[in-house]
Design a protein around this ligand. Structure first.
Ligand code: GDP
Ligand code: MN
Length: 345
């Protein structure tokens, strides 16, 4: 088909990256990471791989964000990898900090209580991070006009050549959310997330689509099954996060305090939103992307997908993952079916 011809041509010619670094064929998209000055070598490692596997043929922008100013040393060393200007952004006070709805004294007490219950149990900055990535990243001045982002993190690995433009794949197929690994969340971190989500659904039925992939995230008891897309890799049409439904959902969650009193992650929140607001054919599994983030990795299993990868299929988490199976096997359900399963109608 036509798309393939165009892709091959642009690869063959190393793509038309003009002198300002932006090819005319590029979409309005960027590769984005929130990162600390201390993660300099980790983010260099990641960007080096993204360049080698994919972006050297395209020249998409990189946007790096931080809650404190990047040091000159950091900027210089990251910039040295890519011969186009990298954009560095600072977060404002509203987007990095306490929710206005929580009480700092109670937060302190909860952090103490949760210290040994799960990783980052006592970390306040981790809460700020999850709240930022859930409710604010898409509104940052450097991102607010972007159509798509690809989120990366320090110290991840990309194992395979990527011979096409994933943003164009999103656009051409009307995909809104792209993921790679789908593990279950630790339920202790999201004790009241489903209850809070159900409340929001009940009060905002008119914001739900006629049909959605909500079946992905429900168990036999019609409660949250803990499945989520690991958001350290996500390629997203940002209109999802900018939709009135998403904003209303986020506001409701922020009010409930669970980012702080518990440890709600941006991954389950993005994932629940994708399942509630999108249909299955709008959610794409980047099965062909070999990927590692400390903890899990995905190596494409079919041989034709891993020919150009340097990973081990036996180590692939996705081989035996319950949530990955849910993604394959479940089908869209109607809004009425969802409301019935949640005992709302
Ligand atoms: P994990 O993947 O859940 O273990 O959490 P990470 O420590 O990898 O954090 C997720 C993302 O947020 C990574 O891109 C980190 O670089 C970033 N991050 C986490 N905490 C902070 C922070 O306090 N400041 C900044 N600037 N970035 C952070
Ligand atoms: Mn991480």
């Amino acid at each position: 088909n036509n798309n393939n011809v165009n892709q091959d041509k642009s690869l063959l010619h190393g793509n038309a990256t003009s002198s300002n670094g932006h090819s005319s064929e590029l979409l309005n998209a960027a590769i984005v990471s929130l990162v600390r000055n201390e993660n300099l070598e980790g983010i260099r490692r990641t960007i080096r791989q993204v360049e080698d596997r994919f972006n050297k043929n395209y020249g998409y922008r990189y946007i790096l964000l931080n809650d404190v100013p990047f040091t000159d040393h950091f900027k210089k060393r990251v910039q040295a990898i890519v011969n186009r200007p990298i954009e560095f952004g600072l977060l404002d006070k509203e987007s990095w900090g306490y929710s206005p709805y929580v009480e700092e004294e109670i937060v302190k007490q909860k952090l103490k209580e949760n210290k040994d219950k799960y990783i980052y149990g006592e970390s306040l900055s981790y809460r700020f991070m999850c709240r930022f990535q859930s409710g604010f990243i898409h509104k940052h001045p450097l991102l607010k006009d972007l159509d798509f982002y690809w989120r990366i993190e320090p110290d991840v690995d990309y194992y395979c050549e990527m011979p096409y433009d994933p943003f164009k794949l999103m656009k051409d197929n009307k995909y809104k959310y792209g993921f790679n690994i789908a593990p279950p969340e630790k339920s202790e971190t999201v004790k009241t997330l489903w209850k809070t989500t159900r409340e929001w659904i009940k009060d905002n039925i008119d914001l739900l689509p006629e049909k959605s992939f909500a079946s992905l995230i429900l168990n036999e008891k019609n409660e949250y099954n803990m499945c989520h897309f690991w958001s350290n890799f996500e390629i997203v049409d940002l209109s999802l996060y900018r939709s009135p439904a998403y904003e209303s959902y986020f506001q409701h969650l922020d009010r409930a305090g669970g980012f702080f009193y518990e440890r709600w992650g941006d991954a389950p929140i993005h994932s629940i939103a994708a399942a509630l607001f999108l249909t299955k054919d709008q959610i794409h599994w980047y099965e062909d992307v070999g990927y590692h983030h400390p903890g899990y990795e995905h190596c494409p299993i079919p041989e034709e997908l891993n020919n150009k990868c340097l990973c081990n299929v036996d180590k692939s988490f996705t081989k035996n993952s319950h949530c990955q199976r849910m993604y394959k096997e479940q089908k869209d359900i109607t809004r009425d079916e969802l409301l019935k399963r949640l005992n709302i109608i």
